[in-house]
Write a protein that binds this ligand. Structure first.
Ligand code: GLN
Length: 541
């Protein structure tokens, strides 16, 4: 392996152009050429991590194996590249300043005035190079959050300028912009791209490759125009047209030669071709389903596209694996009640109750678990979704009328879900949950054993509350089986129903571990159970 090369991905004109998907696709193409690549996201906000942000602000919070609460783009990185990310792969301005201020308090700066340049930019540089210095990666791809021109991204762009100056052709900059189509004029417009590149140049950074997000194909003359005004080769103007699925993007980028253009800038070999055979097989299965199922996703953030990102993508992976189209019916848990339950849930082939925090919409989630249990509908409850299934079983099977989680009702006489002992003294909200990967041992005689086909698993967590072990025996006797247990501290990680075709609740988050190369078995089997349920009901799947 040669020296690590650093690639920066910046964005202009608008947010939500898909920098994360372009970065992930580039990493995928490098890996498909036999290189190793790490991806990192730098977020210019002041929260130390996104763990304290609600989904309205920033979509889903993704959790890494080592327990970092991170930006959802890291989920794309893992799903595309099938390799784990860590704390070092997501850095925010809050963390950068926290590190610098801690150093200042320790006296590390020996009396210097601590300033944005060089101290903050040095800290950003240190965070970027930390990944390269692990000696494992040919490429570190660093995505800079936000848009060029934002006040808060200035120190990051300045860091890119300095690293370009210091490391020259060991660095490359890919700038993603929007080429809008004005229907009144019937034309694609390059001016926003010119302006955003100019802004980048004013900050001392000349991009090497420009990726143009567009709804219509770029003509050659338009590519030449962008090339001329923005100082890049015409071949380095890359089209990124809207596609059916994000999983088409690596294929499209290979066709557009994004990887080749970046490698050229880095003076690297470009003759080899990236091998995407398995990826293409996945796409073929995804796009040619033999069956269809409808899964109800019950949550309080269903109107937000990004709130349950990893769950949606895990269902896509399971869909390809089963060659079965998964239609997701979004059900707002706040709107679900006794009166409309039949109308909203009847006919579904599977019900998934989502993770979450707090009281809002909790009754709808509990109701959905009950409907699935009583009507033999395949059920997957994730984290809070599992806790709701436990509460529901306590109330309606065991007769504990006010059973609840103490998160919602601290005064309940049946605290079937309760705060972990070591959480009781916790005051700070940031980074203090049970986070990251923990082991779980699966009972051999259980149904989930057939899902995983092994006894010892590791899954990622993000919660404070737990199944209350004081109730374990009573639940088991009544038919709710604790089929997965943490071998160290005896916490219940998985529950399942004995007398039900497929009813599983997990305290952990399987959705953080599903990738294109390795779809998560729980989602695969959940979709399979939904297909079987449809057949059993006399409906062809
Ligand atoms: N609010 C619950 C807890 O803290 C569940 C969290 C979740 O669903 N991620 O335990």
């Amino acid at each position: 392996m040669g020296k690590t090369k650093y690639i920066f991905v910046t964005g202009g004109v608008s947010s939500s152009l898909g920098k994360g998907i372009i970065s992930s696709s580039l990493a995928k193409l490098f890996v498909a050429r036999g290189f190793s690549a790490a991806i990192q996201k730098l977020d210019p906000y002041i929260n130390v991590d996104p763990g304290t942000l609600n989904p309205y602000e920033h979509g889903e919070c993704y959790v890494t194996l080592d327990g970092a609460e991170t930006d959802l783009d890291l989920g794309h990185y893992e799903r595309f590249s099938n390799s784990a990310t860590s704390q070092d792969n997501n850095i925010t301005t809050g963390r950068i300043y926290q590190n610098v201020i801690n150093k200042e308090r320790r006296g590390d700066y020996l009396g210097e005035t601590v300033q944005v340049i060089p101290h903050i930019t040095d800290e950003i540089k240190r965070s970027i190079k930390a990944l390269g210095q692990r000696g494992k990666y040919d490429f570190v791809i660093t995505e800079i959050g936000g848009t060029v021109g934002d006040i808060e991204s200035l120190p990051y762009i300045e860091t890119v300028r300095q690293m370009r100056w210091e490391m020259g052709r060991s660095t490359a900059v890919v700038h993603l912009t929007l080429v809008p189509y004005l229907s009144a004029a019937g034309e694609l417009k390059t001016k926003p791209t010119q302006h955003s590149v100019k802004m980048l140049q004013e900050q001392g950074v000349q991009p090497d490759v420009i990726v143009c997000r567009t709804e219509h194909h770029l003509t050659d003359s338009l590519r030449r125009k962008i090339s001329l005004f923005c100082n890049v080769a015409p071949t380095s103007v890359i089209e990124s047209i809207d596609v059916d699925t994000i999983y088409d993007v690596p294929i499209m980028m290979r066709k557009e030669k994004l990887d080749v253009e970046v490698l050229k800038r880095l003076d690297m070999e470009t003759t080899k071709k990236p091998d995407l055979t398995n990826w293409e097989k996945f796409l073929k299965r995804l796009k040619n389903p033999k069956n269809t199922v409808q899964i109800g996703l019950v949550g309080k953030y269903v109107e937000l596209q990004d709130a349950y990102k990893s769950i949606n993508e895990s269902l896509v992976h399971a869909s390809a694996e089963n060659e079965c189209k998964v239609e997701i019916k979004l059900i707002h848990s706040e709107e679900l009640n006794d009166k409309n339950m039949q109308q909203l849930l009847d006919g579904l082939d599977g019900i998934l109750v989502a993770p979450g925090f707090g009281d809002r919409g909790i009754d709808g989630k509990i109701l959905a678990a009950r409907f699935a249990r009583e009507n033999n509908i395949p059920f997957l409850g994730i984290c809070l979704g599992m806790q709701c299934a436990v509460v529901e079983f306590g109330r309606n099977v065991l007769g504990y009328s006010d059973a609840h989680s103490t998160e919602m009702d601290p005064a309940t006489s049946y605290p079937v879900i309760d705060l972990m002992e070591n959480q009781k003294k916790v005051c700070d909200k940031g980074g203090t949950m049970r986070l990251g990967a923990y082991p779980c041992r699966i009972r051999k005689s259980s149904k989930v054993f057939n899902v995983y086909n092994k006894q010892n698993i590791r899954e990622r967590h993000r919660h404070r509350y737990e199944f209350n072990n004081n109730f374990k025996e009573r639940f088991e006797k009544a038919g709710m089986i604790p089929s997965g247990i943490n071998p160290k501290d005896n916490l219940v990680e998985i529950i399942e129903l004995k007398d039900h075709p497929w009813f599983v609740g997990v305290q952990f988050h399987p959705e953080y571990q599903s990738t294109v190369a390795e779809p998560h078995p729980l989602f695969v089997h959940f979709v399979k159970a939904a297909m079987q349920s449809k057949i059993k009901r006399g409906l062809t799947s």
